[in-house]
Design a protein around this ligand. Structure first.
Ligand code: NOJ
Ligand code: CA
Length: 553
């Protein structure tokens, strides 16, 4: 592939790794992860092949929403270190060729942020209009309440000034009023500040809420996103905005900046994520195949971000009630595993009951799908969850470095799981020594993903496999082609793929050994084991076709 002129579009085939400094590694033995600890682990991340870190919020916070409730946007939570530690961390990441992006949480602040304290002190406070107030808000639509276990409205009455304030999330997170130009300027200042300290961009929290959830925050909501992006590009041409935008595809295109690509550089693909879970639950490719076929092409230079799990609930809000129930039954049948009536508070390996073949296949699928993969820390070792923790905190457990945990020299502030996912059974040190481990599998997938830029950059085609359980697609770019085939079912299958234009070529397996010949009728017969997966690079036969070995995984 000719990448010479385009390799600066680094986000197109990055490997993004999301972590919370607080749960990654404790560097000063107080039981809380911190920047010094994280800095010690940069070589581990570089060895894994990560090219970009996404840091969850690391700012001062009362921590009532795990840091998504901020009291100061311009410094570090003292529990995690100092600005000095942050800069040392940034230097080390840069030295290892890794970029860093961070959560930008500006839809709201904590109610303890000095801006809000001032705003609520009187109706005439200069900061009053930095938030959204109403004498008598419109009645709530129940769909607008994001956390129905804790809230029943998005408006909270403030007794002292006798008005309601808007909070799209918890009542302790008042929404900022981006309709106010001073607020918009302040947001730009925050971006500029962290970019000066070396960030390559931001994961933008709750974008639809930020710009257009409640009228009339902004007359031209998308203009604001374009302004943010333009500002960043002026300061640093290769900076990115990665948006949390969980809306149907038809509405999502506007967030890239339809046709122009001048707003969010990347958007998480929540739709194909949810359809993948339905496909995995059914052992049938169709839900995923349909999603990818209907997915709009992002504007030039923009990209989809692919993921299976993140730090929140596994939201299934875009499935029908029946479909969601199917996923619940397959992966989280107990009430305690479910949350908000729409999601699961589990990590992937426990949902597969620890079945390594399925787990490896699912991640192979994720890395092969068209887009940029985003890994949630610990996925690479099959970290489990702690259902004893409250709500979404179940999946935000300390990283497991060694048999004794290795997260801290003292008892971690957050509990680790026991049983089959306890640190003595699931940890980095053991998996580094085991060639069959999930960690080694991730390393291989990441290496191959980076070696196959077609997967991320190319035109993709979902292939007809003739087997409901098998999902196959091909990615073509600049005359190079990779074909990926995944068996979501537990019976072995011989798949017959029609590959127009590839007659007489050879498919070389990139994950395990073996080659497959493409016939002069453009057909390849690909054997797949139960939950088997193959990434096949199209090449010219090295040996006469009649001698080529055909080997199944
Ligand atoms: C989305 C974040 O991913 C979630 O963790 C948080 O609670 C809400 N936004 C509110 O900031
Ligand atoms: Ca610490």
């Amino acid at each position: 592939m000719r990448l010479t002129l385009t390799s600066d579009l680094w986000w197109k085939n990055a490997v993004i790794y999301c972590l919370d400094v607080e749960t990654y590694k404790d560097g000063n033995d107080d039981g809380i992860g911190d920047f010094r600890g994280l800095t010690q682990q940069i070589d581990y991340l570089a060895g894994l092949g990560v090219t970009c870190l996404w840091l969850m919020p690391f700012f001062p916070t009362p921590n009532r929403d795990d840091g998504y409730d901020i009291t100061d946007f311009y410094t570090i939570d003292p529990r995690l270190g100092t600005l000095g530690d942050f800069v040392e961390f940034m230097r080390t990441a840069k030295d290892r060729g890794m970029r860093v992006i961070a959560d930008l949480v500006v839809n709201h602040t904590s109610d303890q942020h000095p801006w809000f304290v001032e705003a609520r002190s009187s109706k005439t406070s200069p900061k009053r209009d930095w938030y959204v107030w109403a004498d008598k808000p419109e009645p709530d639509n129940p769909d607008q309440v994001v956390f129905p276990d804790k809230e029943d409205s998005i408006w909270q009455y403030d007794g002292s000034t006798r008005q309601y304030y808007l909070h799209s999330f918890y009542r302790h997170q008042p929404d900022l009023n981006v309709g106010n130009p001073e607020v918009r300027d302040e947001i730009v200042r925050i971006l500029g500040f962290w970019m000066e300290l070396g960030l390559s961009g931001f994961r933008v929290d709750a974008v639809p809420f930020l710009i257009e959830n409640v009228d009339p925050k902004l007359a031209e909501p998308h203009e604001f996103l374009a302004d943010l992006r333009a500002f960043m590009t002026r300061r640093e041409g290769s900076s990115v905005l990665l948006g949390e935008v969980n809306v149907p595809y038809k509405d999502l295109v506007a967030y890239f900046g339809e046709g122009l690509g001048d707003q969010l550089t990347m958007c998480f693909d929540f739709i194909s994520m949810q359809r993948t879970w339905l496909a995995l639950a059914r052992g049938e490719a169709q839900p995923l195949a349909e999603a990818l076929k209907s997915r709009p092409k992002p504007p030039k230079d923009c990209q989809w971000a692919m993921f299976l799990r993140n730090h929140d609930e596994l939201t299934l809000d875009k499935l029908t009630d029946e479909e969601r129930e199917e996923v619940f039954q397959a992966f989280g049948p107990e009430k305690d595993m479910q949350i908000y009536g729409r999601g699961l508070r589990r990590r992937l390996p426990t949902m597969f009951g620890g079945d390594m073949r399925r787990i490896k296949m699912a991640y192979s699928l994720m890395f092969s799908l068209p887009g940029t993969p985003v890994v949630f820390y610990g996925e690479e070792i099959g970290l489990g969850e702690n259902l004893g923790a409250e709500g979404r905190m179940a999946v935000r457990i300390p990283m497991q470095w060694s048999k004794d945990g290795g997260f801290s020299q003292v008892e971690p502030v957050r509990e680790v799981p026991d049983g089959p996912f306890a640190p003595d059974r699931v940890n980095v040190a053991d998996q580094k020594r085991d060639t069959e481990s999930l960690l080694r599998w991730f390393q291989l997938l990441i290496e191959r993903y980076r070696e196959c830029p077609e997967l991320a950059w190319g035109e993709y085609t979902v292939l007809d496999t003739g087997h409901p359980a098998v999902f196959a697609h091909r990615a073509d770019a600049d005359g190079a082609t990779v074909v990926a085939v995944h068996n979501l079912g537990e019976t072995a299958q011989d798949v017959r793929l029609k590959l127009p234009g590839l007659s007489g070529r050879q498919l070389t397996d990139l994950l395990v050994d073996g080659t497959v010949k493409v016939s002069d009728k453009d057909v390849a017969e690909v054997p797949l084991g139960p939950h088997g997966c193959r990434w096949l690079r199209v090449s010219d036969p090295e040996v006469p076709p009649e001698d080529a070995s055909v080997k199944a995984k």
